[in-house]
Every structure is written in C-alpha cells, then in structure tokens.
Design a protein around this ligand. Sequence first.
Ligand code: ATP
Ligand code: LTN
Length: 337
Amino acid sequence: MIGDKKVLYSGMQATGTLTLGNYLGALKNWVELSDDDAYERFYGVMDLHSLTLRQNPAEFRKNARNLYALYVAAGLDPEKNCIYFQSHVSAHAELGWILDCFTYMGELNRMTQFKDKAAKHADNINAGLYTYPVLMAADILLYQTDVVPVGIDQRQHLEICRDIALRFNNIYGDVFTIPEAYIGKAGAKIMSLQEPERKMSKSDENANATIYLLDDVDTVLRKFKRAVTDSESEVRYDAQTKPGISNLIDIYGAVTGKTREETEREFAGKGYGDFKLAVGEAVAARLRPLQKRYQELVADKSYIDSCIKENDGKAQYFAGKTLRKVQKKVGLTERIR
Ligand code: ATP
Ligand code: LTN
C-alpha cells in the first residue's frame, strides 16, 4: 500500500516490438486499470532484464524508448501512471543482489522460462538469465506491490516472488507486501498463428506467426488469412482438437468483448474465410488509434523526455524507501551524513 491506495506494478522487457500477445495478455489490462484511483500504478520498461540476451546497443536504446512510447500510445497516461526505466532506479539492482542471497538454487532450477531460454540460447546461458526471477521479485517488492497484471506465462515468477518475500518477512518482520498476480479473463495466453500449440512470441522466427502492434492493416489481414486452422469448417471452440480456431475465437473475444458462445453463434454456417477476415478487421481497428498516437509520440521527443524525468524521480523515491528499510533490517551499516 502507498497511503490508502493499493499498489499495481508491472512491466515488459525492452526487446523487439510488442506483439498482440503482449497487448491482450498484459498491456490491455493495464490500460483498463489505468484510471482506477484505488491503485497507485507503476510500469517499468525492464531494460536490465533485456540484458540477459545479447543486445545491439543502438538498437536496444531505440527499442527501450519506443516501448515507453507504446505504453503511452496504448492508453497509459504518464501523468497518472508512473512509467519509468528500470535502469534509472538503482534500487532494483541493489535489492536484486540482497534477494539473491535469500533465494535457493533449487528454486531457480525449477523455472520453466529459464529452461526454455537456456535451450534457445545455448551459447549464452549467463548468470543473469538464471537469476532473472530474483530481479523481477526486487522490481515488484520495492514498491510494496499488491497486484501484478501479467500474462499466464509469468505466474511461476510471481510465485517465486511471493516465496522470497514470505521468507524474508519470516526472518525480519513485515517488510514486504505479498503481491498477487492479476491474470485477465480473456487473452491471458495468445497462441502463435502458425503453430497454435505454442505461445505467440516476439522472438518467433516466422513473422507470419506473430501480429506486431505496429503491423499495418494489410499485414494484419494477410497474417490472419494465413493462420493455421484445421480441416473442418465449423467455427467452434475446442482447444484440444481445434487449437487454431480456438485461438482466433479467443483473440476475437479479447478484442470485441464477445464470449466464445456469442462468437460461435455469430459465425454459425459461415466458413473460416469469413471468420478470419472478421478477426483481422477487429484487430486492425483496435490497433489503428494506438499506431496513430504512437507516431505522434515518437515525433515529440521533448514530451516523452519530460515524462521520463518526472517519473524516474517518483519511482526512485518510493523504491529508495523500501531499499533503506531492507538494508537496515539485514544489518548493513548506516551511512554517515
Ligand atoms: P519472448 O517471447 O521473446 O520471450 P514475450 O513476448 O513473452 O517475449 P515478455 O516481455 O516476456 O514478452 O512479456 C511481457 C508480458 O506479455 C508478460 O506479462 C507476458 O505474460 C505477456 N505475454 C507475452 N506473450 C503472451 C501471449 N502470447 N499471450 C498472452 N500474454 C503474453
Ligand atoms: N518477466 C516479465 C517482465 C518483468 C515484470 C517485472 C513483469 C520484469 N519485471 C515485474 C511484472 C513485474 C515478463 O513479462 N517477461
């Protein structure tokens, strides 16, 4: 809590361009909660986490700024939501180190994201990739967070964050708020358009598998037209036997607010072609205003600069408070001023 408000905290890695999965699984939920004054809201551009994969410095710097602009373009007002760069608040790295000393290797060995990424990047299995969840726990715990809106794939990271916080509190008293994951009803796991058994991912090599938030209308329509389905022709939800169509029904539902049954009824007797076109049009219509605002924002460097400056300071203030408390609790020597 901060004052009488609950704290909401989330973020994304500043790698590549955001996908429809990132939007429907996370960003859209952030925007829906972004006017709710019951919460104090923080959103990080998680650039330290991005360093777990090798980055081209110039491209990385550009991507991180663009991600900031995308948050804003999607509807997060930076004057009401503290949007900031993780690397600008040194408390993240400092608390990350302390929490490393309260996390067991046995716990980290169980993380599925580590196993997946290690298999994918066998030539660069670095220690940062391994302790990634501890830095994420530090992000969350620094702000005394109550709620963390993320996609379903982040659930395991939230669990380890809670375990670390409980362990710490058991030793030192109530230092950290214990956070909860907030996983939206629709869109928590959007699948690849080409291999609907796998999640839609920014790092997919097949560009047809992924809708990027900055794809133009024709590209969006083309990708949906080519989406892998099955040999039947009935628009019916069945994740086991019809994963492709079920994924499209979920995407359509997340964008239009329609339930699975409503979508099935709407397309009863119509073929996959009509349905794919409707999904593509609904997605393109949702992305259009976001893209327009994004173009305006990247053209106005000074506006984003002023938001960065303002919000970095706010994040540093709140994070610093928790860090000092932790340092004192574990027995680090106080500074002489
Ligand atoms: P990569 O696939 O390259 O590892 P990513 O697309 O998973 O990256 P992240 O930065 O790890 O991107 O995730 C940002 C947020 O988007 C997280 O809250 C995550 O749960 C959510 N998310 C990512 N992919 C999907 C998806 N396919 N469906 C729903 N939510 C998703
Ligand atoms: N691991 C997250 C990104 C992330 C995050 C966080 C999300 C880093 N720190 C703190 C919520 C809260 C991901 O989405 N891959």
